[in-house]
Design a protein around this ligand. Structure first.
Ligand SMILES: [Zn+2]
Length: 276
């Protein structure tokens, strides 16, 4: 996608310096490992790419909040968010690996871990693992309402995490279902999530609003790669005024009730807002 690049560990520090200078309060890291295997084991290594990136950012003494994506799909050779047993994603073995992964991020210096896998019980398992190792102060931002969406396409290509067989309908939510989102959010909060996320953002503004109305916790909205790509492509063709529509979109997401926004437009928006 235009303006979006994979970063090496040394590049990420410079990127983060720029981000901090623009007044953006935090970043989220997704890892692209050198090797993938069926169980995503490279995601647990203290020398993994995400773990080393966190350490480098910490060493640079930046004030940015560092959030890490906790999932297996970038690390598994089959591209699913969990380990496969009998041809299907196996919930409990996956949850055990995710808890280890979250612990390794906390050890490296992450402020917030963000499980995006949608397995059952993973928030509780991560909370227990972190507390057991004296990381009670590490917060959990759960992808509580993650819909099975066509808007993830560009990211999956960039992260080389497109499922090699089947799809993610078994563990992501049906776009037509709004009430299930509230159920998922409630469960994640009961398990110990500190913040909850709705993903994608634009086709689910009503879900953001419902979650905001029903629960008194910070609500995050993920303005995903496909949403960004639509705007970028139309702007390139001269069909829309990019600055105007981006700021309108982000305002809409905020108006729906999001306290935290994850967006590929972040740097552009920060620059535009600074210039206002
Ligand atoms: Zn995943």
């Amino acid at each position: 996608m235009p303006g979006i690049h994979q970063q090496s560990v040394d590049q990420i520090v410079e990127e983060c310096r720029e981000v901090e200078g623009l007044g953006i309060p935090g970043i989220i890291l997704f890892g692209l490992p050198e090797t993938k295997d069926p169980r995503g084991t490279s995601s647990l290594s203290a020398h993994g790419v995400v773990q080393r990136a966190i350490e480098a950012i910490r060493k640079a003494k930046l004030k940015l909040l560092v959030i890490t994506d906790v999932c297996l799909c970038e690390y598994t050779d089959h591209g699913h968010c969990g380990v496969i047993e009998n041809g299907d994603v196996a919930n409990d073995p996956t949850v055990a690996i995710l808890a280890q992964q979250a612990l390794s991020h906390a050890r490296a210096g992450a402020d917030i871990v963000a499980p995006s896998d949608m397995m059952d019980g993973r928030v509780a398992a991560i909370r227990e693992m972190l507390d057991e190792h004296k990381f009670e102060n590490i917060a959990i931002l759960s992808y509580a309402a993650k819909y099975c969406s066509g808007f993830y396409g560009p990211f999956r290509e960039a992260a080389q995490s497109t499922p090699q067989f089947g799809d993610r309908r078994g563990y992501q939510m049906d776009p037509a279902n709004a009430r299930e989102a509230l159920k998922e959010v409630r469960l994640d909060l009961e398990e110990g999530a500190d913040m909850v996320m709705v993903k994608p953002a634009l086709p689910y503004l009503d879900v953001i609003y419902r979650v905001r109305e029903a629960f008194d916790v910070p609500v995050a909205a993920y303005n995903v790669s496909g949403e960004y790509a639509l705007v970028k492509a139309a702007a390139e063709k001269g069909w829309v005024d990019e600055k105007r529509v981006v700021l309108e979109i982000l305002t809409g997401i905020q108006r729906a009730g999001a306290d935290i926004m994850l967006t590929y437009h972040a740097k552009d928006a920060a620059r535009w807002l600074k210039a206002c």
